[in-house]
Design a protein around this ligand. Structure first.
Ligand SMILES: Cc1cc2nc3c(=O)[nH]c(=O)nc-3n(C[C@H](O)[C@H](O)[C@H](O)COP(=O)(O)OP(=O)(O)OC[C@H]3O[C@@H](n4cnc5c(N)ncnc54)[C@H](O)[C@@H]3O)c2cc1C
Length: 361
């Protein structure tokens, strides 16, 4: 099988390294900062695409496969490491009143549980809501994960069997006679028989020198955190592209912005104000709740949110698994399994064609 180098230690890189190590490969993971501190830390952790009916079947296929294994994965991580990723089946309420037909048709096709409920049922589920629509969508099976804890548990699960090199930026991919041979960092070269690029928003930069590159660009997202008490908000609530997520300990996230500001990761006062206004409109009780934090992360944006997973054309042994945009947490287990299948010559879990570099998006 040879040595494998995974570049990038977000959830995608960590899970890819875990899949490969589980199959018996000798794996090294190299990360320019600390593992799990970029987009994978900053995300909301909803284990579903937002408005899933708006996505192509290729995104749904990865999300559905992952949703089917997430509970087992988190249980296994807890048993292995003692760290709980706090996967919770909180259910998702969508307050927008349009798209109900589209949502129902999508749910019928894909076997997802989705109901249209009236105001009374909505208020029973979520008594703290402010103004409520006449009808809402209720998806009781949607879960959330506490993503920083997921990344921490993944790291602990692999650190005894994967060499992890942090604070080491890959500056160049090494290729000899159309074959990947490893990567260069400021500390020297890391030799490997196969290389998989899992560098999130930074992927196009790293692959640029090789000619073909994926259309991945950073898309900033800001989130605010309220220090609320358990049960003040009970379910994930989505309204006009913004969402409220109640964590197990009561903390409440409100997110998120979508901003094209390059690699600038700073937070802004405007976004804080906007998120606050939306949060207290949906849940007036948040007016009396202290704000604990506000942060930003860089999503690996891609056309249609369809990730790039597969072989780099023309270079033997070079693979990528990046560009998961708004759905990198929900699609991570399937993406990691798929790229590992391709690298190890196994039957792939889903048809890999839609995720190739050349596939139309
Ligand atoms: C505000 C916000 C909310 C979100 N909400 C959700 C959600 O609810 N559900 C969901 O599924 N997804 C959500 N996402 C998206 C999700 O977080 C991302 O799609 C996912 O984390 C991408 O994982 P990744 O490992 O590819 O990227 P990252 O976590 O960014 O990891 C990439 C890693 O590569 C490293 N790296 C980059 N270049 C190099 C290099 N040259 N050498 C070495 N290392 C390098 C980086 O330091 C980084 O650690 C959200 C994202 C944001 C920002």
């Amino acid at each position: 099988m040879g040595d494998i180098l995974v570049i990038g230690g977000g959830v995608i890189g960590l899970l890819t390294a875990r899949e490969l190590a589980d199959a018996g490969a000798e794996v090294t993971l190299v990360e320019m900062g600390q593992t799990g501190r970029e987009s994978s830390w900053a995300g909301g952790g909803i284990i579903s695409p937002l408005y899933p009916w708006r996505y192509s079947d290729s995104v749904t296929a990865l999300a559905a496969w992952s949703q089917g294994v997430y509970f087992d994965l988190c249980e296994a991580l807890l048993a292995e490491t003692g760290s709980d990723p706090e996967l919770l089946r909180s259910g998702l309420l969508v307050l927008d009143e349009d798209e109900h037909e589209q949502a129902r048709a999508w749910a019928d096709t894909h076997g997802a549980r989705l109901q249209v409920i009236d105001t009374a049922a909505l208020r029973e589920l979520e008594p703290g809501l402010g103004p409520a629509p006449k009808n809402a969508l209720w998806m009781p099976e949607i879960a959330q994960v506490r993503n920083p804890r997921l990344a921490g548990a993944l790291r602990r699960s692999i650190e005894k069997r994967v060499r992890i090199r942090e604070q080491e930026e890959v500056t160049e991919l090494l290729v000899d006679k159309d074959r990947a041979t490893g990567a260069a960092t400021r500390n020297g070269q890391i030799r490997a028989d196969q290389v998989v690029v899992c560098t999130g928003a930074w992927t196009a930069k790293l692959l640029a020198r090789l000619g073909a590159k994926p259309e991945i660009q950073p898309v900033r997202g800001q989130i605010m955190l309220f220090l609320a008490k358990p049960d003040q908000v009970r379910h994930i609530v989505l309204f006009r592209e913004r969402y409220v997520i109640p964590r197990q300990d009561g903390r409440i996230l409100i997110g998120s912005t979508l901003e094209h500001t390059g690699f600038l990761k700073a937070t802004t006062a405007e976004a804080k104000e906007e998120l606050y206004r939306i949060a207290v409109d949906i849940f007036p009780l948040l007016k009396r709740t202290p704000i604990e934090d506000h942060w930003a992360g860089l999503r690996p944006g891609s056309p249609g949110g369809v990730p790039y997973i597969g072989r780099f054309p023309g270079i033997e042994g070079l693979f990528f698994n990046a560009g998961h945009f708004r759905n990198g947490l929900v699609t991570a287990p399937a993406s990691a399994r798929l790229v590992a299948d391709l690298m190890l010559g196994r039957e792939p879990i889903v048809d890999p064609a839609p995720y190739s570099l050349a596939a139309p998006r």
